[in-house]
Design a protein around this ligand. Structure first.
Ligand code: 6V0
Length: 331
């Protein structure tokens, strides 16, 4: 006997909308922060978790499922087998090897390359239409590898890039000027890491461009103050890691905001890692962050922001830094 008695003479259901499915690869601190933000923000009908540690994976799945009474209805699955990801609209990769004491960044990258060779091809096979969103570090080089390993068009391979750095930047500017961070428009582009580029000329608050406002008012601003804010952005990940061991909440919200823009076709502009060849005089196949419009198809376009000479030079240097690492890899 069914729990509900069906209504007789009910009209046949209208063609149902296709369900949305997100897969998160790697259920460490970052993967789980992303998963829980996605759940609380009701961004998907199905959420799949993948990891190679079966017990931890099942534990995390059960723990999330037990919150069902407090969450929107989302089916949560977990498996070590990639078949469970089939038909995903978005696959978010957070799996990564941890740096061993004394290990060089290049060696770490070589190990992450081996890991990506076991992750990206099955994802691409089971979900040939998916958008790949890479979070694992070093994110720009790993996004390039994911692009090569998937064989996808570049608009469907995105790195979370400087979306998080830009949010840290907006927080620090807002804190400095005592305004709401959501009213601060400001971009950090380039490499997610030490060679990132702050676009000072792009900063506006409530539509008022900050630098030209200060100049017009003949208010002296110290270049050093601006540089210090950018330096604080670069240092903030190191600071959080030295204090709590890893970063999780901000990257969770940052990636959930990207998932929303992509799956809900928001056409919102985010600084994310995209194939930069052909933009701002970059001629190599490198991925780095540029302000990109995101929607259902992934990257829809790159904004033509005005960069001054210094910003342009720094962006090209950032591209060079990434390329140097990339060319040392055994693909
Ligand atoms: P973590 O807590 O060590 O989690 C990594 C997870 O990956 C673990 O659960 C592993 O079991 C899993 N894993 C390892 N190998 C495999 C495999 N072959 N298949 C499936 N799963 C596997 O690390 P944490 O979650 O803290 O960080 C994950 C990655 O995100 C790291 O590379 C970080 O550097 C990176 N971050 C990137 C950020 C960004 O802005 N792009 C921000 C924060 C962290």
């Amino acid at each position: 006997q069914a729990f509900f008695r069906p209504i007789t003479n009910a009209a046949p259901p209208s063609p149902t909308k296709r369900q949305t499915k997100i897969s998160v690869i790697g259920v460490g601190n970052v993967g789980m922060a992303i998963a829980q933000t996605i759940l609380t923000q009701d961004l998907t009908d199905e959420l799949v978790l993948i990891d190679n540690k079966a017990d931890k994976l099942r534990g995390e799945m059960l723990d999330l499922q037990h919150a069902a009474a407090f969450l929107p209805r989302t089916k949560i699955y977990a498996s070590v087998d990639y078949a469970v990801t089939a038909g995903s609209d978005l696959c978010i990769i957070t799996a990564g090897a941890r740096q061993n004491a004394g290990e060089s960044r290049l060696n770490l990258l070589q190990r992450n390359l081996a890991l990506f060779k076991s992750i990206v091809p099955p994802l691409a096979r089971y979900s040939p239409q998916t958008v790949l969103l890479i979070v694992s570090n070093p994110v720009d080089v790993l996004t390039y590898l994911a692009w090569k390993l998937s064989g996808f068009p570049s608009n469907r391979v995105i790195g979370s890039g400087t979306n998080l750095d830009s949010s840290r930047f907006r927080f620090l500017i807002a804190d400095h000027l005592d305004v709401n961070a959501q009213d601060v428009q400001a971009y950090i582009v380039g490499e997610h890491g030490d060679s990132s580029v702050a676009l000072w000329s792009s900063i506006s608050i409530g539509g008022v461009p900050v630098l030209s406002f200060l100049e017009k008012q003949q208010i002296a601003y110290e270049k050093e103050t601006l540089e210090n804010i950018h330096k604080a952005v670069i240092d903030s990940a190191y600071e959080v890691i030295s204090l709590k061991g890893y970063t999780s909440w901000a990257i969770g919200y940052s990636v959930a905001s990207l998932a929303r823009s992509i799956l809900r076709d928001q056409r919102k502009i985010h600084p994310v890692s995209v194939l930069a060849k052909g933009f701002y005089g970059i001629s190599n196949e490198v991925f780095l962050s540029l302000p990109a419009q995101l929607g259902r198809g992934g990257v829809l376009g790159v904004t033509n922001v005005h960069l001054n000479e210094e910003e342009l030079q720094r962006l090209r240097d950032s591209a060079k830094t990434i390329l140097e690492v990339q060319t040392q890899l055994d693909l």
